[in-house]
Design a protein around this ligand. Sequence first.
Ligand code: KG4
Ligand code: ZN
Length: 341
Amino acid sequence: MKDVYILAIETSCDETSMAIVKNGQSIDSLTILTQMDTHANFGGVVPEIASRMHTENITMVLEETLKKSHITMDEISAIAVTYAPGLLGSLLVGVECAKVLAYVYNKPLIKVNHTLGHIYANNIENDIVFPTLALIVSGGHTDLVILKNDNEMEVLGSTIDDSIGEVYDKVARVLGMPYPGGPNIEKKALLGKSTYEMPVLMNDDSYNFSYSGLKSYIINLVHNEKQRNHEIRINDLACSFQRSAVEELSRKVDLALKNNPNIKRMILAGGVSANTYLREEIKKVCDKYQVKFHVPNIIYCTDNAAMIGAAAYPLYKAHIFADYSLNAKSSETIKKYLENN
Ligand code: KG4
Ligand code: ZN
């Protein structure tokens, strides 16, 4: 078969990214323009500013991506774009850009769910071998999924309230660290000890997660300590929080591997999977069940268009194309996506 080059676009949050991906696995060109420094001034992503910056930057990102690539627009096989979930105004910039490119250059259009993109980041530089257990941990999602093949997935459980990334960011903010909080909590935790007692999280036999209790507990603890003029040992609190949050993930992964002995592979996906402590703890569970563990290269863990190109490839092969009525959607869980597609 002729090589397939997919031009992929990702604008769901605060990264304007484009990539040209060959046969779903090899990155011909990748550009990621982050707005992180701008949003850090506000302590989090400001949706209105994010969409305006995507609009300002998207043409430059396209130009740069094509310049770095060794192929031209004419040789592109299809245009892929993240259409959901994310910030509506941000998604719309990517979707409109993709539609214009598909129309002008007469290319098929492929719509990609962002969470599916995070999963397929594992297919870059490595093959996803089915069946695989996937733990998706990002700013918007905490999902435990069994991947059966490219088209079939079973969602075992999800968060019933906050996502783990959201809680990392919130705890970091309460402790006075800049946005995005996750990497900062990780750094502080390395310097501390797990000396603060944390509440028991969702201590049940489901595969669901709940993080709002842990979040409220830490917000209250910091508030009360401040009122009493007590010192907050930030490194120790970051370490205690991280241990508790990750322990919950490990416990549910352990349960899933114990109950599904046919699964011999496991992957991590999403921004929080850049966290070294999380990687080490999940690897320990995998080792216990002799399960092969794989994580994407750090650059493909947080938002990027290469993962969107990787996820679009099986859709291209199956001739699953979108038409020009494609619209952005702010929310779409992986479960909803699987039901609707
Ligand atoms: O996947 P992602 O880039 O965007 C979403 O789809 O949400 O994930 C962003 C999340 C943020 O909450 C960020 O704090 C978190 O990933 N994150 C981390 C680390 N790097 C990014 N959390 C913990 N440790 C990290 N090293
Ligand atoms: Zn993401």
